[in-house]
Ligand binder design. Structure first.
Ligand SMILES: Nc1ncnc2c1ncn2[C@@H]1O[C@H](COP(=O)(O)OP(=O)(O)OP(=O)(O)O)[C@@H](O)[C@H]1O
Length: 349
């Protein structure tokens, strides 16, 4: 096999012709996109364009009145290193099987493996197999996926959190939802680790505090800790900074960039605000009235928008250039720099 084989696609999620209708009204009209391992896709559009209907469809959290069709494939064991193969077996010339914690999976792609001999080691991290279609998988499997494979960060931390439960208990419940037999001491350790991860101050002292005892930015950090405590591979962040003021918003974006980098997370980042999406997304999909009207690298969409709707969204962002001959605005420049050099200082809120 040629050692010049092209790098393999590294898909984590593949959405094809997704449609969501409420009665006769179509909220999502046949959208398709994919998300690679470690990539952040920004989904941007004005209110009512179908962004939340899309994310709730992926999580299978839409009300039963919604009619959903299309396919949402989640791939397991992405080759970026999400899952370590426990064993390795070659069956014939064209099929490779890898034993993982999830069972025996067909990884296919022998060409790619020949091009990456280091990954042929029996304990190498490898993968590429369909985990399942999230739209048709059983509710039982879906419950297992939620939180562990895919987690969601909601917009409004005050409503996402239970006001009468300590934050430690709320994070612990996320751990116990997937591992109910975890010993108490270990749960506490994982809760504290999650609090440290999102830079909540003094975790040991604050673990038994209630949501109202934290600032807005800190509450959003708690919501992020809950989403990440089970180490999901895909995070759907639906307007995670919208309820926050601009400075805190920047701090939460810096935190998400850091966590994404440290954990190799894939992220679907939803916002009505193109300036915010431009600060974190590798690629941007622009949604309007239930359709994706434009999709491309953040750089292309920000510098050279093709669709007039994208142009109008950009025009509403005064610091960004709408003309390819003009230099990028401050926000876009910073976004470009951070995509290349990694996030700046993560100021704590
Ligand atoms: N449960 C529901 N029942 C009926 N219609 C709904 C329901 N949820 C959403 N819709 C409709 O679907 C369309 C898309 O809504 P969606 O919430 O996905 O938009 P959005 O882009 O996320 O907007 P926002 O930023 O305001 O949340 C809207 O016309 C909305 O009224």
């Amino acid at each position: 096999m040629s050692s010049n084989a092209p790098a393999p696609p590294n898909p984590l999620l593949e959405v094809t012709d997704l449609r969501v209708a409420f009665g006769k009204s179509e909220a999502v009209r046949g959208i398709s996109f994919s998300l690679n391992s470690g990539e952040t896709l920004g989904l941007v559009g004005e209110s009512g364009s179908g962004k939340s209907a899309t994310s709730l469809a992926l999580m299978r959290l839409l009300p039963s009145t919604a009619h959903v069709s299309g396919s949402v494939k989640l791939y397991s064991a992405a080759s970026g290193g999400a899952q370590e193969a426990l064993g390795y077996r070659r069956t014939g010339a064209s099929a490779h099987w890898v034993r993982t914690e999830a069972g025996l999976v067909d990884v296919g792609l022998p060409e790619w493996e020949d091009a990456h001999p280091e990954r042929s080691h029996p304990r190498a991290t490898i993968g590429y197999s369909v985990y399942g279609d999230l739209l048709t998988t059983s509710e039982r499997d879906m419950r297992r996926s939620r939180g562990r494979e895919i987690a969601m960060i909601f917009q409004e931390p005050m409503t996402a959190l239970n006001p009468v439960m300590t934050i430690g208990r709320q994070i612990a419940e996320c751990v116990l939802a997937h591992a109910p037999k975890t010993a108490r001491a270990e749960v506490r350790e994982r809760v504290l680790a999650a609090m440290r991860e999102v830079a909540l101050p003094e975790p040991e002292r604050r673990i038994d505090d209630y949501p109202h005892q934290f600032s807005g930015g800190q509450r959003q950090r708690i919501v992020i800790a809950m989403a990440l405590v089970n180490k999901p591979r895909l995070v759907i962040a639906d307007e995670p900074t919208t309820a926050l003021d601009v400075t805190v918003q920047a701090e939460i974006l810096a935190l998400l960039r850091r966590l994404r980098k440290e954990h190799g997370l894939s992220m679907l980042f939803i916002s009505h605000d193109l300036a915010v999406v431009g600060q974190i997304a590798d690629r941007i999909a622009v949604m309007r009235r239930g359709e994706i009207v434009e999709m491309g690298s953040s750089r292309d969409v920000l510098r050279n928008p093709q669709h007039e709707y994208t142009q109008s969204l950009l025009a509403a962002v005064p610091t960004m250039a709408t003309d390819r001959n003009r230099p990028l605005g401050r926000v876009a420049r910073q976004a470009e720099r951070e995509r290349h050099e990694g996030p700046g200082t993560d100021h704590r809120s």
